[in-house]
Design a protein around this ligand. Sequence first.
Ligand code: ZN
Length: 227
Amino acid sequence: VLRRSALTLLITLTLGVGGASARPAQESGPPDGAPVETHPADADLAAVEWRPSRALGLPFRRGRLLDGVLLPGEGINYFTYDGPLRQVPNRAWRRWGTDYLVASLLIVIAEHRAANPGAPRIGIGDLSRPEGGPFGARYGGLGHASHQNGLDADVYYPRLDRRELRPGAPRLVDPALAQDLVDRFVAIGAEKVFVGPRLQLRGPRDVVSKLRYHDDHLHVRLYNPSH
Ligand SMILES: [Zn+2]
């Protein structure tokens, strides 16, 4: 709970500093020599049209997304990937989440890249549909049992060769960068991080679980902040 509050605070601070809507037109900038607060996620956060969202139901049962936020197709620190069509960017209707999820993704990914110089942009797969609800196989590919209420996201592991592509086999995954991402989602208080059984990724047993079909991406689920 502490960690979640800290993230909420960080989002507030970051948006307050870098958010487009929160930036008043100031005639006189900061006084000479005053430090300008920036965060590695500022540019990507500023590109999002924010509004307060609500996640209803459960991620895997009767989930709905109210007033969701659209994750842009790409940013400074990430690109989006369409699994069924195997193309960049992902289709917009697969990129909706709660404001909390979208901000968390952008902040974690920006901090990951800031801490790992030379790390490639991270690929983000499906979030939820614009109003949430079922996201099963009829929406393409294997479909998702969850991803119903804007709290789940698929994040592709970075590749050893640093190319911005899906790592099609476990040997293509950069294990250190992938572990760093897992650790960062654990650190912000994610409810679940599902990882591939063929990778050697670790974490607290109640949070990080091995699940088949997750050898090319991790699936992160956040706690519902309104519960
Ligand atoms: Zn998923």
